[in-house]
Design a protein around this ligand. Structure first.
Ligand SMILES: [Zn+2]
Length: 467
């Protein structure tokens, strides 16, 4: 641990020199965030012409009707136009907020609000919580029209929207209340730990964040999710017994098996699992059960169990901890850099002893370009995990002797389920490689079908050689 600290101190020392230079941070943040937005727009423009293709890829031709293909192309086109507009709109908004000194203003307003109740600036943590809420609330208001358009115009046009205006409003209000109830104590504890630990905050805050994530894993399904959706035990029948038997054969610690009323808001479909290592919950969307046969849904679950078998969620958690660690490790250099705050219009008195939360927020903005690369790497890892989980489903028959006959066609079933999922969700079929590398957490349907075929023929070739 001491070695770690001395290394960190060295890096921070070097960076402190960099940060003391009077860099115009505001100009830098404006420039770099526009660069990222323009790059994202460029990717959309690369992808856009593919929505005008009149034929699906050869591998999909047999599985998708001309009408379905045409509809998915139109849906893709509309979504791309919307993404282009909303990306530029949000960037313009951020840019204006930075330009007019919104962050300094919000800090001041939070301070004035506290002063009314007789709390001075010595209550920095309270002011920080007020500041974050003000920022969050005010900056989310201008994006409401975007969600309204996306839900009631775009999704509606293609028959996906099931949300009523009343549900939309209650969802938003609930979201704000829950955000407040969860975020305020989190922020408060985060800043308390930071103040208490001083320069040695990295391991303490990392432990705190890990603990918070674990608590959320427990609280989310028990308290938060039921506020939005109804989870009911999956009814008895073919599907339930298939999944229960699969889980028990793989020694998957299945605690609850739920069906969720996803159809309340949208016709898009899905399935997932979550929980602690010794107690897992599987959730299947009612839309998926409706759209696919029991044996196809079983294959989707076989894929999900592949994620569990290969510890994908744990590995992702480890990667995200590493990410948090690197952000924390770089942070102190910026914390002690007064030019950072003054260039964002904060008064000299505040900048001289920067409030942690403000410095952290500005620091995040400076990291924007780096975060774009992090997300490319995370997506690449996630696509590899998807590939691995698909292979798991195909090879399940070799892991469960005695089940060979029943599981022999798992790959085909998964392929059929994926096709149904894609077709019903009108997912994009033609994909630009650069757009996909940047945005996609899953391989494309064509890639997955090809891989499924390759897994199966590799299995058969192995069997023929007597392996
Ligand atoms: Zn998956």
């Amino acid at each position: 641990m001491d070695f770690l600290h001395s290394q960190l101190a060295r890096i921070q020392h070097h960076l402190a020199f960099v940060a003391v230079d009077p860099i115009d941070w505001k100009f830098y943040v404006q420039g770099i965030s526009w660069a990222v937005t323009l790059f994202e727009s460029y990717l959309l423009l690369r992808q856009y012409p593919l929505y005008s293709k009149t034929e699906p890829p050869a591998a999909l031709k047999a599985h998708i009707s001309a009408a379905e293909f045409e509809k998915s192309q139109k849906y893709g086109k509309d979504k791309a136009k919307f993404a282009l507009f909303s990306g530029l709109y949000k960037q313009l908004l951020d840019s204006v907020l930075i330009y007019v000194g919104f962050y300094a203003w919000a800090w001041e307003v939070a301070g004035l609000g506290m002063a009314r109740f007789g709390y001075g600036p010595e209550y920095q943590i309270t002011q920080s919580v007020g500041f974050v809420f003000l920022l969050f609330f005010l900056s989310s208001l201008p994006t409401i029209p975007l969600s309204v358009y996306s839900t009631f115009v775009l999704e509606e046009k293609y028959g996906f929207n099931k949300t009523t205006p009343a549900l939309f409003v209650t969802d938003m209000l609930k979201g704000w209340v829950i955000g407040g109830v969860v975020l305020a104590p989190f922020l408060w504890a985060f800043l308390r730990i930071f103040n208490w630990a001083g320069d040695r905050f990295v391991p303490w805050l990392m432990m705190f964040i890990l603990a918070f994530q674990l608590v959320m894993v427990i609280i989310y399904p028990m308290i938060i999710q039921p506020l939005f959706n109804k989870l009911s035990p999956l009814r008895q029948g073919d599907l339930r017994s298939r999944i229960e038997s699969l889980a028990s054969k793989l020694k998957f610690p299945l605690k609850h098996l739920y069906e969720i009323d996803g159809s309340k808001r949208s016709a898009h479909s899905n399935a997932y699992f979550f929980g602690l290592p010794w107690s897992k919950h599987i959730v299947i969307f009612d839309t998926l059960i409706e759209q696919s046969s029991a044996e196809e849904v079983e294959a989707v679950l076989a894929h999900e169990l592949g994620h569990w078998y290969y510890l994908h969620p744990t590995k992702m958690l480890a990667v995200s901890q590493l990410h948090v660690f690197s952000i924390f490790a770089l942070f102190p250099a910026f914390l002690h850099a007064p030019p950072l705050l003054t260039s964002f219009d904060f008064p000299k008195a505040v900048a001289a002893k920067p409030p942690t939360i403000v410095a952290f927020l500005l620091f995040q903005m400076i990291l924007t370009p780096l975060e774009a690369f992090v997300s490319i790497a995370m997506h690449a890892i996630s696509r590899h995990f998807e590939w691995e989980a698909d292979r798991f489903a195909c090879e399940l028959q070799d892991m469960l002797p005695g089940e060979q006959e029943k599981m022999a066609d798992m790959g085909d079933r998964l392929g059929r389920a994926l096709i149904t999922l894609h077709v019903k969700n009108l997912s994009t079929v033609w994909v630009d490689w650069m757009y996909s590398a940047y945005h996609h957490s899953h391989p494309t349907l064509t890639e997955r079908l090809k891989a499924l075929e390759a897994f199966q023929s590799a299995r058969k070739a192995g069997a023929k050689r007597g392996l």
